[in-house]
Design a binder for this molecule. Structure first.
Ligand code: REL
Ligand code: ZN
Length: 437
């Protein structure tokens, strides 16, 4: 049995949660075989369009920080296009100067850079960026991944493999071994199929699949073939889409073309293949397009659509995360109604300590340990370090409070029991859901 004093209990739970390996179920990270703009010391040449982002300049130009720097150096003083015309290093210098040197870096995304540097063994108090640059340039990209995984306690990294991204698509087509790095797990992502059927149909037809704008049996068969081919090529462990707050599914006669494709092609195929479908709902893309990828925003989603899908497709499993804080309670309640629904993560604008705390506590009170509390959404490799460090602290705190309540009720927990629970939350709930257990 764990120590009785509140403080000792908290420390033990924190230690155990820190020691428990995470399967990060949603990131935008890739191994070096997808190309990397920063070559490091490997034999690999720098590939400016490479997908593996790492290093201090990528950390500082994360789109969360781009949005934040325009708060303090507004576009009326420094035009968007002038910022985008800067080199990556110059953008990083600008962000460092204005968000770290000229005011304190108290936002979660700023703080994250410092936690990351510190945990990687660099001096977080160093004000000279070039010192950090020199350290990163000396790393071998491939070995650096191992080190970052070790420091962050991440045992598997789930990718986002967007089949409609030409840059990524062409890499898959020209290298049959892309999906074989055992540290990285592929996920097939196809927002366009559901969100913009017209554009998707045109592209599919261009790639040789017999689909037309009108959705008939031939088109459905063509979409299925397309998905089968890409599931096989990537070895995806689930499929995923992100959707706007306006996403609505009304039931089996919903006339929306994206929903017809979803209902007749995507979900039946995934049920056959025993693969879950991830739905990330609530993003309004390009609210401010001049900020590029930093210009996306949030809106409240319709949770009854999620419930309807879970009811109509009992042979499918749904991993769901919603971007709006206001949706979180309804999602947790919906998960109590449907065992084919796995709520996951505190997505993007929710990935802040106050909100992670509130959401994790609420989920635990409604769902016990039967959810996946967090994913990193990391776009830059080293972000794994801070995202998991910060989240682990909060998850452990919430758990410790719950164990204290149990002790009060006369149910003290043992170290093994805490270890088991931490493993469920950080790894097994997701792993079992993917495996269809
Ligand atoms: O997967 C998504 O759709 C989002 O998570 C991303 O589009 C987003 O930009 C990401 O960086 C948020 O954390
Ligand atoms: Zn994402």
């Amino acid at each position: 049995t764990l120590p009785a004093t509140a403080c000792e209990l908290r420390n033990s739970v924190q230690r155990i949660v820190n020691e428990t390996p995470v399967w990060d179920l949603h990131t935008h990270l890739y191994p070096p075989t997808f190309g990397t703009p920063l070559a490091g010391t490997g034999r690999q040449a720098a590939d400016p369009r490479g997908l593996m982002l790492w290093g201090i300049d990528e950390l500082l130009t994360y789109h969360y920080l781009v949005a934040e720097v325009f708060r303090v150096v507004p576009s009326r003083r420094f035009a968007y296009k002038d910022f985008w015309n800067l080199s990556k290093q110059e953008q990083a210098d600008h962000i460092w100067k204005h968000l770290f040197l000229e005011r304190s870096p108290v936002s979660e995304a700023c703080r994250g850079v410092l936690t990351t540097l510190k945990m990687l063994g660099l001096d977080p108090a160093e004000r000279d960026l070039n010192v950090h640059r020199a350290w990163f340039a000396e790393q071998n990209a491939d070995e650096h991944i191992n080190r970052v995984m070790e420091v962050s306690g991440v045992s598997r990294i789930t990718m986002t493999n967007d089949v409609f991204d030409d840059n990524e698509r062409e890499r898959w087509l020209s290298d049959g071994s892309l999906g074989t790095d055992s540290r990285f797990v592929p996920v097939l992502r196809f927002d366009k199929l559901l969100c913009d059927w017209q554009a998707a149909a045109k592209q599919l037809a261009g790639w040789g699949f017999s689909v037309g704008l009108t959705i008939n049996q031939k088109t459905i068969a063509g979409v299925r073939r397309f998905l089968e081919e890409w599931i096989d090529r990537t070895g995806a462990v689930y499929c995923a889409v992100s959707l706007p707050p306006t996403y609505y599914y009304s039931g089996s006669d919903d006339p929306d073309p994206g929903n017809i494709i979803f209902r007749q092609a995507v979900l039946p195929l995934l049920a056959e293949r025993n693969l879950p479908m991830a739905m990330m709902i609530g993003v309004t893309r390009a609210t401010n397009p001049r900020l590029k990828v930093a210009g996306d925003s949030v809106g409240q989603a319709d949770v009854s659509s999620v419930a309807q899908l879970c009811a109509d497709f009992p042979n499918n499993r749904f991993l769901v995360t919603l971007l709006s804080r206001e949706n979180q309670h309804e999602l947790a309640v919906t998960a109590r109604k449907f065992d084919n629904l796995m709520p996951f993560g505190c997505w993007w604008f929710l990935n802040n300590p106050s909100l992670i705390e509130e959401i994790t506590r609420m989920r635990m009170e409604l769902l016990g340990t039967s959810f996946a509390p967090q994913h990193s959404d990391a776009r830059v490799l080293e972000q794994l370090v801070y995202k998991w460090s910060h989240s682990r602290t909060i998850i452990a705190n919430v758990l410790a409070d719950k164990y204290a309540d149990l002790a009060t009720a006369g149910w003290p927990v043992s170290e093994d029991e805490v270890r088991r629970d931490a493993k469920l939350l950080l790894h097994d709930n997701f792993a079992d859901f993917v495996a269809g257990k």
